[in-house]
Write a protein that binds this ligand. Structure first.
Ligand code: AMP
Length: 310
């Protein structure tokens, strides 16, 4: 029998103003915790901690509830929800941040509910590294800490990010961020340098080209799934992370105190994370994830395996 564990996800809940090649989509609900909770909940129970303002849609909270996400850790503050604005290149291969308004995030102090403190797997979504560290100070010895970050924090809070890295077991970032964080252009040497700073496993996302995993035994690659149409890449990284930790929680029987998830389990989780993220980009914002089911992900995993298995 497979033992299922829960996942604690901490991250942003946001309004995104998206400028995509096919149109502009203001006030799109997003945020790292929103994407990761929607995808993680396909696999396992998600416990989410974040903050929203008075303007955040009740429907989104209800959607998370309907997917079994435990939402009592979402603080409802008197103010405006975090807002991010981004513009994508015509080929969707890159984007620039136009604006970041922290709003209620500026004074956010995560409070992990008692019932969440012993959650065995923690995903520190992309938020201020001081908040990520604060969360780890509140939880009780999780078996696995998975962290995400972005260039905004690599440039803005390098010292706190360095501290956070010493506490993370797995770091998930993209290739550009890996180069920036390490100061090394060669991706393999960049990975070695980042692993030296803390995380035993580093996953480098390479957009449509898939992802690479680096650990003490070597390198593992999962190709990206070539979709006929990519609509909106926003949240793909967070969806990957949610799928990754969700898979690990759903396979918690392969994890005990003495042995955190093995390299093989982490590699499988990467395959499932990749499959999960491929759904995210098929619709604007979180739209494609609202009804995402494990059968959809299994089917996509089979299609991805067929790309490289002879
Ligand atoms: P991704 O495309 O996976 O990198 O994630 C995009 C999501 O990250 C968007 O929904 C944004 O609301 C959120 N986001 C962007 N910048 C930040 C930031 N500085 N802190 C927290 N979340 C952010």
């Amino acid at each position: 029998m497979t033992t299922r564990a829960s996942v604690l996800i901490v991250g942003s809940m946001a309004f995104d103003d998206l400028e995509l090649p096919h149109g502009t989509f203001p006030d799109t609900v997003g945020g790292s915790a929103t994407y990761a909770s929607l995808t993680g909940s396909t696999f396992a129970e998600v416990r989410v901690v974040g903050i929203v303002g008075h303007d955040f849609p009740k429907e989104t909270i209800a959607l998370l509830d309907s997917r079994g996400v435990k939402t009592q850790g979402i603080e409802h503050a008197d103010g405006k929800t975090f807002r991010w604005a981004g513009r994508y290149a015509p080929d969707l291969s890159s984007r620039e941040t136009l604006d970041t308004q922290l709003n209620v995030f500026a004074t956010f102090q995560p409070k992990i509910p008692e019932a969440f403190k012993s959650t065995p797997i923690v995903l520190l979504g992309n938020i201020h590294p001081a908040l990520q560290i604060d969360v780890l100070a509140q939880v009780e010895r999780p078996k696995l800490v998975v962290a995400d970050t972005m260039n905004f924090w690599i440039q803005g809070e390098p010292a706190l990010l360095a501290t956070m890295l010493t506490k993370a077991n797995v770091l998930i970032i993209n290739d550009e961020e890996a180069r920036e964080l390490s100061g090394i252009h060669n991706i393999r040497r960049a990975a070695a340098e980042i692993r030296r700073r803390g995380p035993h496993t580093l996953i480098i996302k390479r957009g449509e080209h898939g992802a690479l995993l680096f650990d003490e035994t070597g390198i593992f690659a999962v190709p990206g799934f070539p979709l006929e149409e990519v609509v909106d890449p926003t949240g793909a990284g967070d969806s990957f992370a949610g799928g990754f930790v969700g898979y690990l929680a759903a396979h918690a029987d392969k994890m005990n105190d003495a042995a955190p998830p093995s390299g093989k389990t982490l590699r499988n989780a990467m395959l499932y994370g990749t499959a999960t993220a491929s759904f995210c980009v098929e619709g604007v914002g979180t739209s494609r994830l609202h009804a995402l089911a494990s059968v959809d992900i299994e089917a996509r995993v089979t299609q991805i395996r067929a790309l490289f298995e002879l």
